[in-house]
Structures are given as structure tokens and as C-alpha cells.
Design a protein around this ligand. Structure first.
Ligand code: 5U1
Length: 674
């Protein structure tokens, strides 16, 4: 070997070692120390050297992730050890029964279990000989699967060569290939931009990507891998949790949520813990898997048909189901926005029975090709409002007519307009429209606004229907006898309502402004405006520029506020409110220690914040008197959304709850803490 060749070999080995180490840090430790660009530079250096010295190329080199020619089809391979399936549990009772059987068989009091998330991906078996990946096979029917080695080699989370120097001669590792939610969103965007068909969910995307005959396509798909079992190896540790730790040392990514727990209580606590974190994970899971941790105990328990008696999948309620769409109705919101709502054959999904789902707007109905009479996929994840994911046109028994947004408002018959640049169509009826009046009143009486108890949707509907109330000011003119005459309203309730109307007459300027329902002005913006201008008169006279000078008020909000006070009938409503005895006090300035300026406000935090943790944010909001809850409802004051906010954001939009970003949270905290 020439000196030059020896030097090249040395440099090649060095580069490979360093690339493997960085890969390990990135995928297994989740702690990269170089940037993606630096990694790519090292890889390119290695590629260049290997081009110059083709005789030094080896199959386990980090450059050899894509190499195979497109295949004709996949070979079938037999699994040396069958790939088992898991027994399922759908309730805590079934888990209790599982734990009881395990304890009875083993004759012990408390069992140590290993618990992991159950990934919604594609099961895979990876075979390593002398530390090198030699075969990757899908599960197939559990006995025979398909050889997808060329494709799996392209997945950077799968080591081509194992780390360490005490490696077993043969090792088979099983786990799940999946696509992260963020990777899935990016891939679908890429496909849509190129005019290609998108995938329905991350699982289908992972499966479709893994089954490409051309591994160069798989290489471009953001696939990931977590392992959950070692098979066919000698000298493995005696506990499943120790095996997972060893597999990590060998270079396999393991779910960071895997834990060992004790007994039934430990299992149920784990299930609840993962259930709470589910929306925040960057990958889909459909439950958790419990395994008896001790391998001797596993052996003693054995198998029943093709599932082990020592393991159990505790499933979450399905988040997607299929049902029939009976009709599409149109709901009119407070500002006249028209929302198509799907009326469904009742279906149990995400743990509740769903009969309605939002369709957002007409574009969405068209894009998803949803037609009354269709079978549709309904999704309800966590506490999010159920939504229609897509229709299933293949199941149409006959041609169904497309649905269109009506040209007139279904509530008042006024023309419907489609404002340029806005997704929503709007009823132009304003307060002539009974639906808009009802919604405006519901908003006016809500907790963060005038906080009037005893005026629920049903009472408001009657007041509007019977023409007893036109604008919010009319509420204060209602007398006891009129109220007592309403359906479901006895004399006692009427008295209580009169009292709560009376009590609500003293509010802060921020509450009053919020109650007026100015477009885009949520409770927090209303407080900021109140603090800045001090009086309604000063605000009414402010120019768009004056308004934009308020912290966090942008041009859109400024225009809406200005337009609101330009409108004569809005000024009239305000005059009538004041004439009816409504009084406001100036907004409080920054709070001194111990004061609770956010008393009565309820916030929901979602996504990750950069300047403080969610629990710090929660503590600081609570110190100011706010409540911080986990689910969004119409009583939520605002949803504070950090990065990757998740589904709570959609729910907030759906309910018209104010959204704050991290900067707005900071100024909210600062403004109250002086
Ligand atoms: N996390 C996890 N998923 N999963 C699936 N562990 C796990 N174990 C499995 C399966 C089919 O089978 C065991 C019997 C090893």
C-alpha cells in the first residue's frame, strides 16, 4: 500500500468514525454538537475520498445509505423468530385483569413492568451480524415479511454498524419505523408544491415511503426509528429495561418516554402521564405497551396463541372513525362569519360520541370534496373540536351533488359576501341578523366581559326571537315580569337575573371594551387599550395612528377599533349602556406584589416557549390571579401559543378565543408586574 493510500485509509476511517459519532449524538442522545451543514460537509469529504479510492468503500460506510438499483419487487424472507402481536386492553379493568393474571402465574405481590409508548408506524426487524446491518424485514404475517434492507439503509436513525467492542455475533432488533409529525407536514407540503398526491397521515406516509422500489425516494423521506426489543442474541441482560439501555449503547434510538414502573398503579399512572403528553409528542402513538421487565418471568409466563402473556398494549380510544355525513348546516358567528357544520350519524371517537364536526369554510369543503351523504373520516384528538379529515368518495353509492355556501344568510336572508383575502364568507345583516345578535349577546354576558350570570344560550335565544332585546343595552331595560314569562324561567330565576344585571353594571373599562365585541379585540387587547386611553371618549376619538401606538396593537386591530367607533349605531349602543347605568372604572395600572389583576381570567398554554418554561409561565400567571387550565373552552380568556402549538390552537380559533404569542405573554406579565 502506498503512503498516499495509507493516508487516505486513515482519513476515511477518521471521517467514518466521526460521522457515526455525530449520527449517534443526533438520533440516540438527541444532543447534536455540530450543525446539519457541518455534518453534510464531513459526509461530502468522505464521499470525495471514497470516489478517489473506490477500493476502500465498505457497505457500512455512512456514504452507503443509498446505493441499490431500483428493485422489481421485494423478496419474501422468513423470520427466524416469529414477530408476535400484542394482546389489547381498552380499559383500566382489562389492565387490572392482565396484572392479576401475571401476579397469579408468578405468585408474587408486585410486578416490575417496563412501559413504552406504542408508536403508530411500521414494525420492522433488523438483523446485525458482526455488528453490521445485513437484513431489514417488515413484519408481514409475523412469520414471513418483506426484505426492505435497501430502503432501511437510507434511514439515518438506523445504525449500519453498531457501536462498542463487545458486540454479539448476531443480534436481531425490532422496533417501529415512523414519520414525525413535523416531518410529515413538511413532506406533504413538498408533495403538494410539486402537484403530487399527499399522504393522509404519518403512518401511511411511513409505510408508503418504506415500500418504495427506488430507495433514492425513501432516502428523501423523513423516516425515523425507535427500537423496542432484542431477539436472537446471546448474553443479553436479564431485564427488558437493561436491554433497552444496552441497545442505546449499541447506537439504537429508544423512545425517551420508556420507563420502568411498579404494579398496576404504576401502569395506570404511566398511561395517564403519556395520555397528557400525547398532543405534545412529535410522533403519533395509539396507546402504550406494558412488558413484564424480568426476562425469566417473561419465560415463565409464555405465550397464548401468537401473543406473549407478559405484554399488553393499552390502547387510547381511536382518534379517527368513519361515519356518514347526514347534512351540512351553516352557523352564523358573532361577526357574521359563516361556518359550515357537518351533521353526522353518531360515532364514538376519541372517547366521546360525536354528532357534529366543523368544516371551517367553503374552501375546506371543496378541498376535502365532502358532500352530504358521503362516508367521512372523523377525527377527534384530545379535547379538540372534532373535524372531518376527508371524504371517502370510493364509498359513494351514487353521484352526490357538491355542496356550496348559500348566497343568502340562512338566519336572516341577507346577502352573503366573500371578502377578498378572507377564508370566511359573511352575512351582511349585522345586528338585523338574529344569529349575530344572539352571538353578540352571548359574548357580552360572558365571564371575561360583563360577567352576567343566568343568561344562557336558551334565554338569549328567546329574548332575540321575541324581539325583547335588540342590542346589549336593552338587557338592562328588562323587567322582572317579562323575564319571568320566558320559558324555563321561574320568578326566582327572574329575580336572580335582575340582580346579576344590576351587579354587572360596574365593570372595568377593559371588560366593557371587550364586551362590545369589536373585531379582533380580545380581553388582553381590550385591557391594553383601556390602560392606554383611560376613557371611552378618548378611545372613540383616537385615530388609526394613535391606536397603533398602543403596545401590541397592529394595523388590522387599529382599523377595526377605529371603524367600530365611526359607526353611529355602535356609539348609540354605548350611549344607551351608559344611560342604563353601566359605569366603568379605569383599568388598573401595574399590580403591586400580592395584587391579583388577572383574577377571573383563564389561560391555556400550548407549544413551547423560548424565554421561560410552561410551568414558569403558569406560575407567573397564577401569581397574578389567573387560572391556567389544560383545555380550551369558550370561557378561556386567551390561549398562549409557543412553537409547535398543537391542536389547542385550532380549538381557540374555532371558539373565537383570543390568541397570544410569546411576546404578548411577556408584555402581559411585564405590564402587570411593573
Ligand atoms: N413499544 C412497543 N411496541 N411494541 C409492539 N413495544 C412493543 N412490543 C411488541 C410490539 C408488537 O411486541 C413485543 C411482544 C416485543
Amino acid at each position: 500500500m502506498s503512503d498516499r493510500q495509507a493516508a487516505a485509509r486513515q482519513r476515511i476511517e477518521q471521517l467514518r468514525g466521526s460521522l457515526r459519532e455525530h449520527n449517534y449524538r443526533y438520533y440516540v442522545l438527541d444532543d447534536p454538537v455540530i450543525s446539519d451543514a457541518e455534518y453534510d460537509r464531513l459526509l461530502r469529504d468522505l464521499e470525495a475520498l471514497e470516489r478517489e479510492h473506490p477500493e476502500l468503500v465498505t457497505a457500512d460506510s455512512p456514504t452507503q445509505r443509498v446505493g441499490a438499483e431500483p428493485a422489481e419487487g421485494f423478496e419474501t424472507v422468513a423470520h427466524r423468530i416469529p414477530m408476535l402481536s400484542l394482546g389489547n386492553a381498552f380499559s383500566a379493568d382489562e389492565v387490572r385483569e392482565f396484572d392479576r393474571r401475571v401476579r397469579d402465574t408468578l405468585d408474587i405481590e408486585t410486578v416490575d413492568y417496563s412501559a413504552e409508548p406504542k408508536l403508530d408506524g411500521v414494525a420492522i426487524a433488523l438483523r446485525y451480524e458482526s455488528g453490521k446491518l445485513v437484513l431489514a424485514a417488515t413484519r408481514g404475517d409475523g412469520r414471513r415479511g418483506e426484505d426492505v434492507t435497501a430502503n432501511v439503509r437510507t434511514i439515518r436513525a438506523v445504525p449500519l454498524r453498531l457501536r462498542g467492542d463487545r458486540l454479539p455475533d448476531v443480534l436481531e432488533v425490532r422496533g417501529e419505523i415512523f414519520m414525525t409529525r413535523s416531518g410529515f407536514a413538511e413532506l406533504n407540503q413538498r408533495l403538494a408544491d410539486a402537484g403530487d398526491k399527499t399522504f393522509v397521515n404519518p403512518r401511511n406516509a411511513a409505510s408508503g415511503s418504506l415500500r418504495q422500489l427506488d430507495s433514492a425516494i425513501t432516502a428523501n423521506r423523513p423516516l425515523h426509528f425507535f427500537c423496542y426489543q432484542a431477539a436472537d442474541a446471546e448474553d443479553l441482560p436479564e431485564r427488558h429495561s437493561e436491554i433497552l439501555a444496552l441497545l442505546r449503547e449499541f447506537g439504537f434510538p429508544v423512545s425517551p418516554e420508556a420507563r420502568t414502573v411498579q404494579g398496576l398503579d404504576g401502569l395506570i399512572e404511566y398511561y395517564e402521564w403519556i395520555g397528557q403528553r400525547r398532543d405534545q409528542l412529535d410522533y403519533d402513538i395509539d396507546g402504550v405497551v406494558y412488558k413484564v421487565d424480568d426476562l425469566d418471568q417473561q419465560q415463565e409466563l409464555g405465550f397464548v396463541s401468537r401473543a406473549p402473556r407478559w405484554a399488553l398494549a393499552h390502547k387510547f380510544p381511536a382518534q379517527e372513525e368513519v361515519t356518514r355525513l347526514k347534512s351540512i348546516e351553516v352557523q352564523v358567528g358573532r361577526t357574521g362569519a359563516l361556518t359550515p357544520v357537518a351533521r353526522l350519524e353518531p360515532v364514538f371517537v376519541g372517547g366521546v360520541t360525536v354528532t357534529n364536526a366543523t368544516l371551517h369554510n367553503a374552501d375546506e369543503v371543496r378541498r376535502k370534496d365532502v358532500r352530504p351523504g358521503d362516508y367521512v373520516v372523523v377525527r377527534r384528538a384530545g379535547d379538540v373540536i372534532p373535524e372531518i379529515v376527508r371524504s371517502i368518495p370510493e364509498r359513494r353509492e351514487k353521484e352526490l351533488p357538491e355542496w356550496h355556501m348559500p348566497e343568502t344568510c340562512p338566519e336572516c336572508g341577507s346577502a352573503v359576501e366573500q371578502v377578498e383575502g378572507e377564508a370566511a364568507a359573511r352575512c351582511t345583516g349585522g345586528l338585523v341578523c338574529p344569529a349575530q345578535r344572539r352571538r353578540a349577546l352571548e359574548h357580552f354576558v360572558s365571564r371575561a366581559a360583563m360577567d352576567i350570570d343566568g343568561l344562557g344560550e336558551k334565554v338569549i335565544a328567546q329574548l332575540v326571537e321575541q324581539d325583547l332585546v335588540h342590542s346589549p343595552a336593552d338587557l338592562f331595560l328588562l323587567d322582572r315580569d317579562t323575564l319571568a314569562g320566558l320559558e324555563r324561567m321561574g320568578e326566582k330565576s327572574a329575580d336572580n337575573l335582575i340582580q346579576s344585571l344590576e351587579n354587572s353594571k360596574r365593570v372595568t373599562l377593559g371588560q366593557l371594551l371587550f364586551a362590545l365585541g369589536i373585531r379582533e379585540v380580545g380581553a388582553v387587547t381590550a385591557q391594553a387599550l383601556a390602560r392606554h386611553f383611560g376613557t371611552l371618549d378618548a378611545l372613540a376619538q383616537a385615530s388609526v395612528e394613535d391606536l397603533e401606538a398602543v403596545r401590541d396593537v397592529g394595523p388590522v386591530v387599529a382599523r377595526h377599533v377605529h371603524a367600530f367607533f365611526e359607526e353611529a349605531h355602535n356609539r348609540e349602543v354605548i350611549d344607551k349602556l351608559l344611560a342604563a347605568g353601566v359605569e366603568y372604572e379605569p383599568e388598573k395600572a401595574a399590580a403591586a406584589a400580592g395584587e391579583r389583576p388577572l383574577d377571573g381570567c383563564t389561560y391555556v398554554l400550548t407549544g413551547s416557549l423560548s424565554s421561560l418554561t410552561r410551568s414558569q409561565a403558569k406560575q407567573r400567571l397564577e401569581a397574578l390571579g389567573a387560572r391556567v387550565t389544560g383545555s380550551v373552552s369558550k370561557n378561556t380568556t386567551a390561549v398562549i401559543a409557543g412553537d409547535n402549538p398543537g391542536s389547542k390552537l385550532d380549538r381557540a380559533r374555532e371558539l373565537g378565543v383570543e390568541l397570544l404569542d410569546e411576546a404578548a405573554l411577556e408584555s402581559l406579565l411585564e405590564s402587570h408586574q411593573g
